[in-house]
Design a protein around this ligand. Structure first.
Ligand code: GLN
Length: 471
């Protein structure tokens, strides 16, 4: 059932939050032994929160727009007193002393955090196979990956264990798993959603965003988590967007660019899904124009210098002194090295080395500075494009979900699965992945809509047209 309907019924007293929570817990116990979308289920706390919501309804108090709605929260978003480990051994057992702002927003809206969701270690990956807890499986086909890094959040919603979840997207980690699991995923404009309490991976790229089974529910959750936060210095001081009420306004008069560079290299079935989505938008009154932004081809290379560079700096804090794992040794330097050697997985170590190298004296200009210039090129190319179109349409991923284990030994192949999602992060723009059918094997296909900064309302309206056209 939709989050919006659950919340409306709970608020009206027609359905008890406690029943909603029990139903979600039952789904989790049926499916999660196999899928492993959750790293921890907070059953007792969820039941208690649900009782609180039901009591508030009985007293006639306002219970908020997500009253009684169970939600999963990615393991890199701080929940006070609960293990928040980024699926890394280095933070094993770390319990933050504070809540992320988005967690507080969820609770203020009446949502019930039912569990913490699995992810690639420190959000580095595209398959959730880099988790210290072991991988999550794709709910549609258990031999496939759910995507990543927010694979647990996507699988939890895809399997119907929860109607909503939160993920984070640095280079595609919401949209790519959303596409693989057949759900909606939104990467908001940089700064629209607070990152206070989101464990940093690449600070100039990271954003928190929603997963949902429908565009409407994604809009509802985004409204709840968006808004200015003085605790996050990158938070935009703009009013929280009104999204749900505008969802049915359609796309009449909008110019949508069908972007060749975000389709080339995609499988024929995915390409066909993008074309079909363009036709749906056209039938609803949008003008479709074919376009190309060749600069987007540099996105992946720039990202794999900038993101590791920022990560190498952000992850320097895990030194065995203040957080998580400590491996004792003869002196401090050896203790630091031994703790980091034991605590970080292979992909995280690879990124730290890549990033440290790109930032080192003598190489900084050739790698890091060059990547930043390339990033500017991409930002300018998008700005040019948005002078002639209102939105851009393309594929979310080149392929549908791949097999578990298929790409673990080939990092470059793994990186390539984000080739269509990364450019948006470099520009700080919003984008959405919306389900658009499935391939011959029955695996979900996602199409991607991109827009300029703060165009969430327009993006979601267009996504709603695609969603409706297919149903
Ligand atoms: N898969 C990309 C990476 O490994 C993106 C990850 C993300 O968005 N967190 O860096």
């Amino acid at each position: 059932m939709s989050a919006r309907r659950i919340a409306a019924e709970v608020a009206a007293g027609n359905r008890r939050a406690t029943e909603v929570v029990e139903a979600s817990l039952a789904e989790i116990s049926t499916h999660d032994g196999e899928l492993h979308a959750f790293t921890e289920v907070h059953a007792e706390a969820a039941r208690e929160a649900a009782r609180g919501i039901d009591a508030a309804v009985a007293e006639g108090r306002d219970v908020g727009p997500l009253a009684g709605v169970p939600i999963g929260v990615k393991d890199n978003i701080c929940q006070r007193g609960r293990v928040t480990s980024c699926a890394s051994k280095i933070l094993d057992g770390w319990r933050p002393p504070y809540d992320a702002t988005v967690v507080r927003s969820l609770e203020a809206a009446g949502a019930i955090i039912i569990g913490t969701t699995n992810m690639d270690e420190f959000a580095m990956g595209s398959s959730t196979e880099n988790s210290a807890y072991g991988p999550t499986k794709n709910p549609v086909d258990h031999s496939k990956v759910p995507g990543g890094s927010s694979g647990g959040s996507a699988a939890a919603v895809g399997a119907g264990m929860v109607p909503l979840s939160l993920g984070s997207d640095t280079g595609g980690s919401i949209r790519q798993p959303a596409a693989f699991c057949g759900v909606v995923g939104v990467k908001p404009t940089y700064g629209l959603v607070s990152r206070y309490g989101l464990v940093a991976f690449a600070s100039s790229l990271d954003q928190v965003g929603p997963f949902a089974q429908s565009v409407e529910d994604a809009a509802l959750l985004l409204e709840v988590i968006a808004g200015h936060d003085p605790l996050d210095s990158t938070s935009l001081d703009v009013p929280a967007p009104m999204l749900v009420d505008r969802l049915d306004d359609g796309v009449g008069g909008l110019r949508v660019g069908l972007c060749r560079d975000l389709i080339e290299g995609a499988s024929p079935e995915i390409t066909a899904a993008v074309t079909a989505s363009a036709e749906l938008l056209a039938a609803a009154g949008a003008e479709i124009v074919e376009m190309s932004i060749p600069e987007l081809h540099y996105g992946l290379s720039a990202y794999y210098l900038i993101a590791p560079a920022e990560a190498s700096s952000n992850l320097a804090r895990y030194d065995g002194v203040r957080y998580g794992l400590r491996v004792d040794a003869a002196n401090v330097a050896e203790m630091n090295a031994a703790s980091r050697t034991a605590g970080f997985g292979d992909e995280v170590k690879r990124r730290i080395m890549l990033g440290t190298y790109a930032l080192s004296a003598g190489y900084y200009d050739a790698y890091y500075a060059q990547a930043q210039r390339t990033r500017t090129l991409i930002i300018n190319a998008f700005a040019d494009a948005y002078r002639s179109v209102d939105l851009i349409l393309g594929a979310t991923t080149p392929t549908t979900a791949f097999g578990l284990g298929a790409k673990v030994s080939d990092p470059m192949e793994m990186y390539l699965s984000d080739v269509f999602t990364i450019p948006t992060n470099l520009a700080g723009h919003p984008a959405i992945s919306v389900p658009a059918g499935s391939d011959a094997a029955g695996l979900p296909i996602g199409v991607q809509l991109l827009g300029p900064a703060l165009s969430e309302e327009r993006l979601l309206r267009a996504a709603a047209v695609i969603e409706k056209g297919r149903s």
